[in-house]
Design a protein around this ligand. Structure first.
Ligand code: ZN
Length: 68
C-alpha cells in the first residue's frame, strides 16, 4: 500500500509560510524603509494606510458615547 501513501502525500510546497519577497521597499515616493517580509502591506508602518474603525462616520472619540 505504499502507492496510496505516495498519492496522499500532503506535499511540502503547499504548506509554505506566509511570507513575501524580502527586501521590499515602501511604495511611498522617497521612502526607503525596507518592509518586513512578513508585512502584508506595501508601505512601511509610517505610510501604510490606516483604517480606523468608523462609527457612524464620526470618530468615536469626538463625543461621549453615553448620554443623549
Ligand atoms: Zn514608507
Amino acid at each position: 500500500m505504499a502507492e496510496s501513501m505516495r498519492a496522499a502525500r500532503p506535499g511540502r510546497r503547499s504548506r509554505r509560510p506566509k511570507s513575501f519577497d524580502a527586501g521590499r521597499v515602501c511604495l511611498r515616493d522617497g521612502c526607503t524603509t525596507v518592509i518586513s517580509r512578513y508585512n502584508r502591506s506595501e508601505f512601511c508602518f509610517k505610510h501604510r494606510p490606516v483604517s480606523y474603525p468608523r462609527l457612524r462616520g464620526v470618530l468615536a472619540e469626538d463625543r461621549e458615547p453615553r448620554g443623549a
